[in-house]
Write a protein that binds this ligand. Structure first.
Ligand SMILES: CC(C)(COP(=O)(O)OP(=O)(O)OC[C@H]1O[C@@H](n2cnc3c(N)ncnc32)[C@H](O)[C@@H]1OP(=O)(O)O)[C@@H](O)C(=O)NCCC(=O)NCCS
Length: 138
């Protein structure tokens, strides 16, 4: 049976999912700190098996970021990702009571934009919303 758990900080499950979607996995200490500092997260299980995850990070009043939306390959296209996004956006609605103008960002992998567009996200292609930029690593 599919069930949802909020704010689970299980490092192994997080790393397992990361690996399953082809993103590799973080060092355990990095995952631990990342999860500790996560404002809100949703883990999805098939019985007790982890199959999906998504999280919110940010200051809870001006800027929030949606990150790490992951669904195990064998469970993709079954609306699990939709379930995760809806839960995260419910939490954003709660935050909006304090600041209706809170900005919610995400970085879509190439080709995934249409998944997010159905939830109201738009592509930032002009300066009005701020160009999408990132500090380049080595
Ligand atoms: C992208 C992802 C989170 C979507 O989750 P999902 O459970 O497979 O998606 P859903 O079943 O909820 O899809 C709902 C709708 O979103 C759209 N959609 C789903 N996967 C998509 C994808 N990979 N790219 C673009 N649109 C997609 C489709 O319109 C779909 O509706 P349909 O099934 O009626 O065609 C999931 O495929 C995944 O984890 N992929 C690997 C990791 C990843 O890329 N994460 C996103 C990083 S930005």
């Amino acid at each position: 049976m599919i069930n949802i758990n909020e704010n689970n900080k299980n490092i192994d499950e997080f790393n397992l999912l990361y690996d399953s979607v082809g993103w590799g996995s973080y060092d355990e200490n990095i995952s631990k700190k990342a999860l500790e500092n996560t404002f809100y997260s949703v883990s999805v299980y098939d019985d007790d098996k982890i199959i999906g995850y998504g999280r919110l990070i940010g200051d809870t009043i001006c800027f929030m970021y949606i990150h790490d939306i992951m669904v195990m390959p064998e469970y993709q296209s079954k609306k699990i990702g939709t379930m995760i996004m809806n839960k995260l956006l419910e939490k954003i609605e709660e935050l909006k009571k304090e600041n209706p103008d809170i900005r919610v960002y995400l970085g879509a992998s190439k080709g995934r934009e249409s998944f997010y567009e159905q939830f109201g996200f738009v592509r930032r292609i002009d300066a009005d919303l701020g160009y999408g930029m990132i500090l380049k690593g080595k």
